[in-house]
Ligand binder design. Structure first.
Ligand code: PMV
Length: 359
């Protein structure tokens, strides 16, 4: 029975891929063409999500950063997948009640950073607790993957590999931990926000159109698969030189296939390229890699470095004008269940009013 008038809250960090997922082999199930590997981010780039199932709700309701969003994909296409997951968990848990979801990011929506990875991982963790499903890590990862592919890596902390899998139903396409957050705590991600506006082409469209239309893409899955092997070894050995080069080459390779897509997908802008040169110059001055740039489906730069070189990296991008915000994240732990609280539905004013309980 899902209706307990209780709220379950979970927090999860986003992740930054060192070897990227771009291109699907199955659109409906979010199955990737290649494996990928990432670092989970800490509370600086995280989402806290509360869920409550209640008979008092007449429909599912979703609030992100205080704004109600419809679960029909009208504002955010990932909400369609979210709705599908809600119906799925309700049917597995034999629950009939509607759910209230309240999600808050640790970074402002105006930062222009994707919150789908942390949001999906926090949601699945909270749903699992609310419905008493007792899902294992694999189950959570598979469910999260169906909301947003890259999100399946956020159900674990530290360094995480998403194996592409070969099964048609995706049963073997989920994330596993390569090393936990204590393995290399000096590693960090300095995020330089250069543009906060909504992207022209969604990642979902790109995952589908790039493999179909880019001649260059044919070489991408094997290149990325090799990269995962290189990065995994470099992480285990804490070999920053090998890691940094593999990260930069993979980002460039992915963005090359994006530009080669018809119609072209261009996420990087002049500021992104200026930051790439600033990192290149810094690495030349230091006669070795002290930082690596990487870009997801947007122009904001993720600069992977170690704490020892933090100041130099900040100094190197200081000269780049137009950086609106810098966010720093260390290696994050996996999702955390933050507990339960009573009577959210009434507190949110969404159900019929009851007299306040006597103390
Ligand atoms: O999971 P999606 O659909 O948001 O795809 C994002 C893919 C990249 O961020 C560009 C790469 C990655 O592996 O995170």
């Amino acid at each position: 029975m899902a209706d307990s008038n209780k709220i379950f809250t979970a927090a999860a960090g986003s992740n930054i891929a060192f070897i990227k997922y771009w291109g699907r082999r199955d659109d409906a199930l979010n199955l990737p063409a290649n494996s990928s590997i990432s670092m989970t981010l800490d509370s600086a780039v995280s989402t806290r999500t509360s869920v409550a199932f209640s008979r008092k709700l007449d429909r599912d309701r979703l609030y992100i950063n205080g704004e109600e969003e419809q679960l029909d994909g009208s504002a955010n296409e990932k909400t369609v997948f979210m709705k599908r997951i809600l119906d799925h968990v309700r049917s597995v848990a034999k629950a009939k009640e509607h759910v209230l979801i309240v999600s808050e990011n640790s970074f402002p929506s105006s930062a222009g950073m994707a919150s789908s990875a942390s949001g999906a991982a926090a949601l699945v963790t909270a749903l699992d607790a609310a419905l008493g499903m007792g899902m294992d890590e694999r189950g959570k990862s598979i469910l999260t993957r169906q909301i947003s592919g890259s999100a399946c890596r956020s159900v674990q902390g530290g360094f995480v590999k998403w194996n592409r899998g070969v099964e048609k139903d995706g049963a073997d396409s989920y994330a596993v931990q390569v090393a936990d957050e204590r393995h290399w705590p000096e590693l960090m991600d300095i995020i330089a926000v250069v543009d906060a506006s909504k992207k022209r082409v969604s990642s979902s469209e790109g995952h589908s159109s790039t493999p179909k239309t880019s001649p260059l893409y044919a070489a991408r899955p094997a290149f990325a698969e090799r990269g995962v092997g290189v990065v995994e070894k470099a992480l285990v050995a804490r070999d920053f030189q090998t890691l940094a080069e593999a990260i930069m080459r993979d980002s460039n390779n992915m963005h090359a296939t994006m530009l080669d897509t018809w119609k072209p997908i261009m996420y990087l802008n002049d500021k992104s390229r200026e930051i790439m040169y600033a990192v290149e110059d810094l690495n030349s001055r230091k006669r070795g890699y002290v930082a690596a740039y990487t870009f997801d489906a947007g122009p904001n730069a993720h600069l992977i470095t170690t704490r020892e070189h933090r100041k130099e990296v900040l100094g190197a991008i200081d000269a780049v004008s137009g950086i609106s915000r810098v966010i720093e994240s260390g290696v994050g732990a996996g999702p955390e269940l933050l507990g339960e609280a009573e009577a959210l539905i009434d507190a949110a004013g969404l159900g019929p009013k009851r007299p306040p309980r006597k103390a």
